[in-house]
Design a protein around this ligand. Sequence first.
Ligand code: NDP
Length: 353
Amino acid sequence: MSSVTHRVLLTGASGFIGNHVLAELLSAGFSVRAVVRSQVKADKLLQTHLIAGRKLDFCVVADITAHNAFSRAFESQEPFDTVIHTASPFLYRDVTSNEDLLDPAVKGTMSILYGARDHPTVKRVILLSSIAAIIDYSEAAPTNGRMWTSKDWNPVTRDEANRAADYSTVYRASKTFSEKCAWKFMEEQKPHFDLVSLNPPMVYGPLLHSISDISQLNESNLRIWNLFLNASKDSKMPPNGVYWYVDVRDLALAHLRAVTKPEIKNRRVIIAAGSVTSQEIADILRSTIPELAERTPVGKPGEDIFPIDGYSVDTDPATDILGLEFRRKEQTFLQLARQLLEIAKRTENKSKE
Ligand code: NDP
C-alpha cells in the first residue's frame, strides 16, 4: 500500500476490468471519481463498492465522443493527480458498425488527454490499451517463435479497419489507433504529465460486479462461457485464438502500481501472465468441476497443442518494474467457471419461479 494518498479520475469503472481497478484503488486508500455513462451505472457501482464511503464519487458522461466530454469530470475540489482511462467499446453485441468501435476509442482517449492538459495537478495518465495494439495479426505477420515487445505496433491501417468485415479486426484497430493518438499527443503537445500504457492480452477471471444473467457478460469471459462452459464434451476443441492471457485481478494490481512507480513514466508495458491453450483450459475445467463433464470439450486431454511456431510477448517490464507475480491459471479459470455456472443456475431457477 502506498503511504501517499492519490486522487484518481477513473473512466470505464462500470466495466469488468474497471470494477477491479476501482476496488484496488479504494483498498489502497485512494480517493476516486468514477466516470460512468448513467446514474443507474453509478448506483450499481456504489452497491458493489460499499466500503468506499466518501472515497468514491461519480461523474456521469453520457457520450465520451462529445467535444470536451470530460471537462466537467475534471472539476473537483480535491484535484486529480492521476487519470486512468479504461472506457472503450469491447462488446461486439452492442455495435452495429465499425465506427461504433473506432470512434469512442479514439475520441474518448483524445478527450481525456485534452482534459488532463487543462489541469496542472495531473501528473500521470494511465491508458488501458491492449496487445492488440502491438501484435501484427495479418496473414503476412512473422510468427515463428517471435517475441512481441513494447517497440512493436499493429500495422493495421484506417482503410483496413473501415473495410473489415469482422469486429475483432476493428476492435484491435480501435486499440491501435487510440494508443497511437495518445503517444502522438504526448509528442506534439508535450504536456506537463506523463503517459503510461498498459497492454494486456486476453483478460479473464471472476467478476466483481453483479450481472443478472450470462447475456450481460463482457466479451472475453463470454468467450470462455461459449466455448468451454456451455458447449459439449464432443465439441471440437476451439482454436487457441489469442493464447496469452492475464487474470483481471493481476491487471488491476498493475494499474495500482502504475500510479506510483516513477520508473514506468512514458512506457508501454505488456501485462501478461503467460500462455494458455484451449486444451489446457478444458483440462483444468474438466479435471476439477464434475458438472462440466458433459459441457466442456474433451479434445485430447494432456496433449499440449501449443502452436510450434507460436509467438510470445515480453513480460519482463511487468515483473521487473511493476513487481507483478501472476496467479496460477487454475485459479483464474476455475474461479471464473464456478461463478458463471452459479449465475446461470440462478437465472434458470428464476425462470422456473
Ligand atoms: P467491458 O465491456 O466490461 O467494459 C468496458 C467499459 O468501457 C465499460 O465501463 C463501458 O461502459 C465503457 N464503454 C464501452 N463503450 C463505451 C462508449 N461507447 N462510451 C463510453 N463508455 C464506453 O470490457 P472490459 O472491462 O473487458 O474492457 C475494458 C477495457 O480493457 C477496454 O478498453 C478494453 O479494450 C480493454 N481490454 C480488455 C481486454 C479483455 O480481454 N477484456 C483485453 C485487453 C484490453 P458501460 O458499462 O456503460 O457499457
